[in-house]
Unconditional design. Structure first.
Lengths: 683, 100, 121
């Protein structure tokens, strides 16, 4: 039997080769490197399916591929820096998701980029290939340092792809903003990585020698850590490490306050937005926390922070999505909001709910972005929803798939989003009954539900329903199979993906075994010891993270929570229906008056960050003065001493022979005196 | 016999007088004359030591020096001629081109 | 000519330097110990250097007539002759002038007319 795990590096390397090919030979290839990219991602997808099947059969893989810095006494312990592969249920699932979405985006790009006659296609497909390779490398990483390296690589690819149309003023600026804001978070992440390496001597995610296991042992008292900075307790230090790594997560997953880059990232081509800023790169942060969950479970403070930030972001971004006029902007804020939900789930301790929502969100958000891409192609790149309308009759495939995605996003039964979002809110609720901070997060998440439903359906109704408001909306550009195909695939996934984890049905009807995802992540199909849902639950319980139920019992609690979230979602849809599902909708959000301006300007947070950047520049001015004045001054001073000295000393050379003779005489006298006195024969 | 110190003192005195001339004189020809004086002081030294050591090498060397001094003066006057041609005067303080 | 000023220093500084040098060398000479010179002085008692140079010139040194070895003088004479010859040529060359494209020597106009045709003298 062929060992599939020896082919895992191929999953990462195939897109990398398509990157090289597109870069080197792209302009000679017929579609600018597209077929190479499609072939590579299809190959990676098939390999990922094979890996998934193998893991379902009970095998896992956790090995080091290459040691690039070996024991030589770095730091307090001998640390080895390695590249390795970790395949367990979580990473196998993520591999399938990432490769599937990447494949569909590559196919879609044929329609979006090639058919639209875009230039610079080799660069585009090279960027997509490198991104896919980096993301897959991140997913299979077995240690934190390797994960960090690939984390940075995906950030780089995001920069390259957002700034694809670099000759216009918007995209390069947006690319810089994305890179810098995420880089700011990644700085804390890097400090966290170094802290992990210094404290535990290893950065492995799973296995016996992994740092979550070591941390747990140290807290139990059955082990110890190599180094703690002076004076801190172990628990405090672990919390600090968790918060440092969280910095990178907050940046990459666009949580408050580092969320400002994501709406601007919509300047990139829509397939890029679908792949990177909806389904995969922003998922990297949440995936990282899920990967390290054994470590985060030990620090309830960090979990509470994560939950609160997540819940807050969910509500905060949803409010901003309500007033936007452009199609992709609404989807961008929706992404920020949904990742807030995932963070809320992680903070509540429900690793399964977060992963579930990650999966369903990847599918339906990619679907929504690709659908938006289809609309954008049809409307000749005019994104303003107020110029659209009535597209449902003219673009039926796009409409029905988009509607499926929107129902999933809004969380309507039985679409995918309902199951995952509902589970998140339920878990947040039952854990929040013991923890006020978590309950606050739950309340904010719950409030975001109707707002989400409202802005989603506002978007749907403005774009597809009503009467066409412009000529182009009356007669849009048709789209081809390479656009409709991926939409159909994702549309069906948005409908059925939720069925893999129908926990409420299981609990209400008592049917066992249909919560497939929970069982998958609980190592029911096989997995690595200590990296499973039950193991995490045990850790959480040990650290005081208990679930509670309303006095009436579990089933009733479930019904109340589910009913509440579904009811609010439907209410939001109905409000949007009433306001916008008319022949000629008006801009109702204008009635909010000044509030609308605040929301439209994103609570002026972008301006705040620019202001902060300028203040940093001022503060940096002091360092600059020090560098230029003192350090450069010392160096220049040395040279000026030399120059000044030289200019004075050279005046000895007057060109006057008599003076030279005089100097010779004096020199001779001095020589005789010196030799005589030191030789003892003079006097 | 006369103690050798006298000869050496005489040579020293002549040398210093010649040196004073080199340092002070402006006209190139006087400069050359002072240089001659210095060379003659050295000659006295050579001959004095030749006498006191009984070795004729000193006298031979002095003969060399005299002849070569003459040769050097010949060349020197040629150079002064060129100097006069280029600068118009034989004043050694005038040509100060080779300086900073 | 009493142009002893070097322009910038006057005569004081050179005089001081020279005086200092004289003082130093005089002190050195007077305090030096030269040892006994009696042997050297006897070598020249009653001998004539010039006679011996003559003997050396005619290669009579081997026959026991010469008392002082003076071949060094002969070498000196020869080398001096060559050096003076070179010096003379050098001086003449340096003294030549270039005027109107043709080389004119310092004594050109005194003895010849430099090859000009006709003209008044």
């Amino acid at each position: 039997m062929v060992d599939v795990f020896s082919y895992v590096p191929a999953i990462v390397l195939l897109p990398f080769f398509s990157f090289l090919i597109a870069l080197g030979a792209g302009k000679y290839l017929p579609k600018g490197g597209a077929f190479g990219g499609i072939a590579a991602t299809a190959g990676s997808f098939l390999l990922s399916l094979w890996v998934f099947a193998t893991v379902a059969g009970g095998q896992t893989y956790n090995a080091t591929i290459y040691t690039w810095a070996s024991e030589g006494g770095i730091g307090p312990t001998d640390i080895e820096l390695t590249f390795g592969i970790l395949i367990d249920p979580l990473s196998a699932l993520m591999l399938v998701i990432v490769t599937l979405v990447a494949l569909l985006v590559h196919v879609f790009s044929l329609g979006y980029m090639n058919d639209e006659g875009e230039t610079g296609l080799p660069r585009y497909y090279a960027g997509l290939g490198l991104f896919t390779a980096s993301m897959l490398g991140f997913v299979v990483a077995d240690n934190l340092l390797m994960a960090f390296m690939f984390f940075e690589l995906v950030g780089l690819c995001s920069y390259l792809l957002i700034g694809f149309h670099f000759r216009e003023p918007g995209p390069p600026s947006a690319a810089k903003k994305a890179f810098l804001v995420t880089r700011f978070g990644d700085y804390f992440f890097l400090v966290g990585v170094v802290a992990v390496l210094a404290t535990f001597g290893t950065a492995q995610f799973a296995g016996e020698g992994s740092f979550p296991a070591l941390a747990d042992a140290a807290l139990n008292g059955s082990g110890s850590v190599a180094w703690i900075p002076g004076g801190l307790e172990l628990q405090t230090w672990l919390t600090i490490i968790g918060l440092l790594v969280l910095g990178g997560v907050v940046g990459k997953s666009a949580q408050f306050p580092l969320h400002t880059w994501l709406p601007d990232a919509m300047e990139g081509p829509t397939p890029v937005s679908a792949l990177i800023h909806a389904a995969t790169m922003v998922a990297a942060g949440v995936y990282l926390v899920a990967r390290m969950f054994g470590f985060y479970a030990l620090t309830p403070t960090t979990l509470a922070v994560i939950a609160f930030v997540g819940g807050f972001t969910a509500l905060f971004a949803a409010t901003m999505g309500v007033v936007k006029d452009e199609l992709k902007q609404v989807l961008a804020y929706s992404t920020i909001s949904q990742y807030g939900y995932m963070m809320l789930a992680l903070g509540a301790g429900s690793y399964v709910a977060a992963t579930f929502h990650l999966m369903t969100h990847a599918f339906f958000k990619a679907l929504l972005f690709l659908g938006a891409g289809a609309v954008i192609i049809a409307m000749h790149h005019n994104e303003n929803m107020w110029d659209m309308g009535g597209l449902k009759d003219r673009m039926p495939v796009t409409y029905w798939t988009f509607l499926a995605g929107s129902l999933a996003l809004a969380g309507i039964f039985p679409f995918a989003g309902f199951w995952s979002k509902d589970e998140i809110l339920y878990e947040a609720f039952i854990h929040g009954l013991n923890d006020p901070l978590l309950l606050g997060g739950w309340v904010m998440g719950l409030l975001a539900v109707p707002v989400t439903a409202f802005y989603t359906f506002r978007m749907v109704f403005l774009t597809f329903h009503g009467e066409p408001r412009t000529e182009l909306a009356r007669d849009p550009e048709p789209v081809r199979w390479n656009v409709k195909g991926p939409l159909t695939v994702l549309g069906s996934l948005a409908v059925v993906a939720g069925l893999v984890n129908m926990v409420p049905v299981q609990k209400l009807l008592g049917i066992e075994g249909i919560d497939l995802l929970t069982r998958w992540l609980d190592n029911d199909f096989g997995g690595i010891d200590g990296v499973s849902y039950s193991a995490y639950n045990d850790l959480l319980a040990t650290h005081g993270h208990e679930a509670a139920f309303l006095g009436v019992g579990e089933t009733a609690t479930l019904l109340v929570a589910a009913g509440l979230s579904l009811g609010l979602a439907v209410a939001g849809v109905l409000v949007a229906w009433k306001l916008y599902n008319v022949a000629s909708p008006t801009e109702h959000t204008a009635k909010l008056g000044g509030l609308k301006d605040v929301l439209y300007n994103n609570y002026y947070l972008d301006e705040l960050q620019v202001w902060l950047a300028y203040r940093t520049e001022d503060a940096a001015g002091g360092a600059d003065t020090f560098d230029q004045g003192i350090i450069d001054g010392v160096v220049n001073g040395v040279s000026s001493v030399s120059l000044f000295g030289g200019s004075r000393v050279r005046q000895v050379q007057t060109g006057l022979v008599s003076q030279y003779a005089l100097l010779l005489t004096l020199g001779l006298v001095a020589l005789i005196l010196t030799l005589g006195v030191s030789g003892g024969w003079f006097l | 016999m006369v103690p050798i110190e006298w000869y050496l003192l005489l040579a020293t005195a002549m040398f210093c007088i010649g040196l004073f001339g080199v340092l002070t004189r402006r006209d190139a020809l006087y400069f050359l004359m002072s240089v001659e004086l210095m060379m003659n002081a050295a000659n006295i030294n050579f001959v004095a030591f030749a006498l006191y050591y009984g070795d004729l090498t000193g006298q031979v060397f002095a003969l060399f020096v005299i002849a070569l001094a003459a040769a050097e003066v010949a060349i020197g006057i040629g150079i002064i001629l060129v100097l006069y041609r280029n600068f118009g005067v034989t004043d050694v303080t005038v040509p100060t081109e080779m300086r900073w | 000519m009493s142009d002893t000023n070097t322009g910038r220093l006057g005569r004081l500084v050179p005089a001081a330097a020279v005086g200092l040098l004289f003082a130093v060398m005089a002190v050195t000479v007077l305090s030096a110990d030269f040892g006994d010179f009696s042997e050297g002085l006897e070598a020249f008692e009653g001998e004539s250097v010039v006679h011996n140079i003559g003997y050396a010139l005619f290669n009579l040194g081997e026959h026991g007539v010469a008392t002082i070895p003076s071949e060094g003088f002969l070498a000196a004479f020869l080398i001096v002759a060559v050096a003076l010859d070179v010096a003379l040529d050098g001086a003449v060359y340096l003294a030549k002038r270039e005027e109107d494209g043709s080389i004119v020597s310092a004594v050109g106009q005194a003895f010849t007319d430099g090859g000009r045709d006709g003209g008044e003298r």
